[in-house]
Structures are given as C-alpha cells and as structure tokens.
Design a protein around this ligand. Structure first.
Ligand SMILES: Nc1ncnc2c1ncn2[C@@H]1O[C@H](COP(=O)(O)OP(=O)(O)OP(=O)(O)O)[C@@H](O)[C@H]1O
Ligand SMILES: [Mg+2]
Length: 365
C-alpha cells in the first residue's frame, strides 16, 4: 500500500498542508514541538478514525477553528482509495467519515481501506502500562483486519454501558434487579466473538513476535511470548461461562456499580524468560518487546490484506543502538515509511527517498 497524497486542513499546528510522499522512506526532521507527530497522527486518523495518542477528537482541531479535516489517497494492490475524516471543535458534533467520495455512517466502514502500523515512544506502555493498552492493541489490530470485529467490540461496549447504567438504577430503586438477566445474556453473547478472536490473535502475534524479539535482541535464550489472560481464556463455551460468572458476581456488581466479569477486564501478559515483563523487564527489554509486537502487527496485517501497511516511525530509531536500528530497518525493507526525528545524524543506517523539514506548522523541502 502506498500513500500518494495527504491533505490537512486546520489540523493541530497546520492550517493547510498537502504532502505527496514518495515510495520508500520519507524523513521528517524538526525540533521538539515542530509538528512532526501531528503528521503521523493525521495518517493514523485516516486509517482508524481516531488518534493514536488522544481519545478526545477535539484536541486535533486547530485551536480557534470550528473543524478540521484530513484527507488521504492511497494506491493499493487492486484498487485506489480515498478516505477522509472531519472533526469538530464543538462537543456533541459527530465526526464525519468519507470513503471514496461518499459519507459513511459508521466508523467501521473506514477500516481496511488504509492500514498503518505506528511505532511511537509511547509503545513502552504496551509493556509497562495498564492492561487497557494491550487490549487496545489487539482490538485495533483485529479491527484493521476485519471491520466486523470493530462492530463486535462497539456492540459489546454499548451493552456494557447499559448494564452498568442499569446497576445504578437498581440500587436507586428505579429498576428491578430481575431485568439484569436480559443484559447479562446480551453481554455474554456479545463477548463470545471478542474472546475467541482475541485469543487467536494473541496466539498468532506471540508466534511471530517471539521470532522478531530474538532477531532484534540477538538473544535466542530469552524466550519472549504473549499469553492472553482473562476469566474466559480457557473456556470452550465463553457465552455460557460468562453468563455463569455474571450471575456469581451480581451481588458484587450491585455493590460496586460496575461489571466485574467479561473481556473488558482481560489482559495480555508479555512474558520474557518466564517472567511477566510488566513487573520485571528492563527499559531495553521493554523497548525490544514493543518493537517485536509492532513487527508482528505488520506481519498479520500484511497477511490479512495481502499488501503491506504504511509504516509510521515516530522518533523511535534514535533510542536504539546501531545494531538494533540496523536489524529493525532490515525487517522494514520495501515498505513505504514515514519517519520522524529531531536530528538526522541520530539515524545512521537509513537511506531516505526524501528528507523534509518541519517548522512552525509548515513542511519544507
Ligand atoms: N489543536 C491544536 N491547535 C494548534 N496547535 C496545536 C494543536 N495541538 C497541538 N498543537 C501544537 O503542535 C505542536 C506539537 O506538535 P507535535 O507533537 O507534532 O510535535 P513534534 O514535532 O512531534 O515534537 P517532539 O519532537 O517533541 O515529539 C505544539 O507546538 C502544539 O502547540
Ligand atoms: Mg513528536
């Protein structure tokens, strides 16, 4: 897949910008705060309908503007696609998504037209941070592979919100606790495809990520793997088992006003040499594990779409030693890559097609 044009309008630090990235590696150089990450974020927005670094869409609208828009053209193996997203500064105004000139009503319809893998300094949180980041990693990967998964996760969360709201109503005496049974059943039904697909994805990622880890770190002894962990991990019938768990935890849920069982509580344990990396890994090990997971993401997306995703490398090379940089770049060969750095001398082994300077919301040759 190749990004041929990116247009920004009132997006973050940019008033108007059009970029035509060439094949190969495009490097964006600029000082801290120049607007480099903003460019990669705009591409991420076109791929997934959301930012990689904020859950608040309004943050991306240029301060003082009513709305912003990002528009991208991609050349794919079989077809060419155009996607666009418009966001509004005002609370409550829904984002608008365009695919090939038409407004689509659901964000899921954006999935798969343009795919990317973003490497960013925040990836360390994948290893060291809370379970939500790792669940999100699986959910976004599965959504990019197939829109149906994205709809499944949306449905699950909507039912979960309604069940939690009902718990509050029951405690206030405004609803009957017997009405929970209906929501329990719906929640359990919605959970099933999520649990089974996340479990399969964690297994598939583990297989490839462990190879990447060994290759980048050059240490065959430290075996790296992923283990999906939740109350339904071992279950042959997630729907039936979750229903049972929801019944068992009902009293507790009514006391705490939240749903304590279900895939929204799951985690993916990252294991290195038999230990949970969240608690025991060093910075370097955590960084390598995050890279290995992103490389696995590339493999899985490439397999699903039969073409490579766009690669977005935000300030990651400078943190790696030369050997690791070289081995990482070896794995990224022949993919269109957009890369940011503050200083080109920090990234030795690359051979860019184009080097651009970013300054004050503008991009120069
Ligand atoms: N909504 C917005 N409206 C206007 N400007 C914004 C908005 N959001 C962010 N900015 C500006 O964008 C700049 C940050 O851009 P960005 O994060 O892309 O920097 P960067 O080049 O990646 O820096 P670093 O090297 O530190 O990562 C800041 O100057 C910030 O003030
Ligand atoms: Mg940045």
């Amino acid at each position: 897949m190749r990004l041929t044009q990116l247009r920004l309008h009132q997006f973050r630090s940019y008033e108007e910008l059009t970029l035509m990235p060439p094949q190969g590696i495009t490097v964006f150089i600029g000082e801290n705060g120049a607007g480099k990450t903003n460019l990669l974020e705009a591409i991420h927005l076109c791929c997934l309908g959301r930012s990689h670094r904020t859950s608040n869409d309004r943050d991306m609208v240029r301060i003082g503007s009513r709305s912003c828009a990002v528009h991208a053209k991609v050349k794919r193996a079989a077809v060419d696609d155009e996607v666009g997203v418009r966001l509004f500064a005002q609370q409550g105004e829904r984002k608008v998504i365009y695919v090939n000139g038409k407004t689509v009503s659901r964000i899921g319809e954006l999935m798969g037209h343009m795919t990317c893998v973003m490497f960013s300094p925040e990836d360390l949180d994948l290893v060291k941070g809370a379970p939500q980041g790792r669940r999100n990693f699986l959910d976004m990967l599965l959504s990019q592979c197939q829109a149906a998964y994205f709809y499944a996760i949306q449905t699950y969360h909507s039912i979960l919100r309604q069940r939690n709201a009902l718990l509050k109503e029951i405690v206030k005496g405004r609803a009957d606790s017997r009405s929970l049974a209906v929501w329990d059943e719906q929640l359990a039904k919605a959970a099933e495809p999520i649990v089974t697909q996340r479990r399969d994805a964690a297994f598939a990622i583990s297989e490839v990520a462990s190879e990447h880890y060994a290759f980048i770190s050059k240490r065959q002894k430290e075996h790296f793997f992923l283990r999906y962990q939740g109350s339904l991990t071992e279950s042959y019938n997630p729907m039936k088992d979750l229903l049972k768990q929801l019944e068992e935890t009902r009293e507790d849920d009514l006391r705490r006003l939240t749903t304590s069982a279900g895939p929204h509580r799951d985690d993916v344990k990252l294991m290195l040499a038999g230990q949970d990396m969240r608690a025991f890994s060093s910075q370097g090990q955590a960084r390598t594990a995050a890279l290995a997971m992103r490389l696995a993401q590339i493999d899985i997306l490439t397999k699903a779409h039969r073409e490579t995703p766009l690669l977005l490398l935000d300030d990651v090379l400078s943190e790696l030693d030369e050997g690791r940089q070289a081995r990482l770049l070896m794995r990224l060969d022949r993919m269109q890559t957009l890369l940011t750095c503050t200083d080109i001398s920090g990234i030795h082994p690359i051979n860019p097609s184009c080097v651009l300077t970013v300054k004050d919301g503008q991009v120069f040759d």
